[in-house]
Design a protein around this ligand. Structure first.
Ligand SMILES: Cc1cc2nc3c(=O)[nH]c(=O)nc-3n(C[C@H](O)[C@H](O)[C@H](O)COP(=O)(O)O)c2cc1C
Length: 184
């Protein structure tokens, strides 16, 4: 299977990225093909609400940024991983833009193309305790499953993360991430 992961943190070796990498390393051992995209590298621009994606004349989205070339890889992937730190109570700005730009998969009649049937995993890290932001995990789970019609196959929410290497230095967090990767 193809697994495409998005790191929504500017830290390419931070808590979120390190947990995603552990998940992917285990998935590779199971023979899966993996790719990790640091979304700050995509210089994401917000949805323009032009609705060009709804008239059938373009394949994905008119916005010319780093996501343009990523859309086909999203379509090819069997499993998507969305990882984000909490920034001021929510996913980071670029991660929200990524979610908004999934709008292109919605048809005029609000049915969804390409995504239904895929599976997804969410990874959330925060400075506060992991119980502090259940609504952020619920937000991602709900939109990815109820609107975009993908199946949630696991989540990792970890708290008390301050330094970029706090997650990777926690045997428990590494173990939890490994289990998630092995389950794919
Ligand atoms: C701009 C900014 C805003 C943050 N806001 C919050 C917050 O509202 N609540 C919280 O618990 N942690 C907050 N944090 C801490 C991060 O969520 C936490 O350190 C996270 O693990 C960082 O992940 P990373 O290493 O993958 O970047 C914030 C950090 C930054 C840089």
């Amino acid at each position: 299977m193809k697994i495409l992961a998005f790191n929504g943190s500017p830290r390419v070796n931070g808590n979120t990225a390190s947990m995603i990498k552990v998940i992917l390393e285990e998935a590779v051992k199971n023979g899966h093909e993996t790719e990790l995209i640091n979304i700050y590298d995509l210089n994401l621009k917000g949805c323009l609400a032009c609705r060009a994606c709804k008239n059938g004349k373009i394949e994905y989205c008119v916005v010319q940024d780093g996501l343009h070339d990523v859309y086909p890889r999203i379509v090819e992937a069997d499993v998507l991983i969305f990882g984000s730190p909490i920034y001021i109570g929510h996913i980071t700005g670029p991660m929200k833009i990524l979610v908004d730009r999934f709008y292109t998969f919605g048809r005029q009649d609000y049915t969804v193309r390409d995504l239904p049937g895929k599976r997804f995993i969410n990874v959330i890290t925060s400075g506060a305790g992991k119980e502090t932001y259940p609504e952020v995990m619920e937000y991602l789970n709900s939109w990815m499953s109820k609107f975009f019609r993908m199946e949630n196959i696991g989540s990792l929410q970890i708290g008390n993360m301050i330094n970029p290497d706090d997650a990777i230095n926690s045997a428990q967090h590494v173990e939890d991430a490994k289990k998630l990767g092995q389950s794919i």
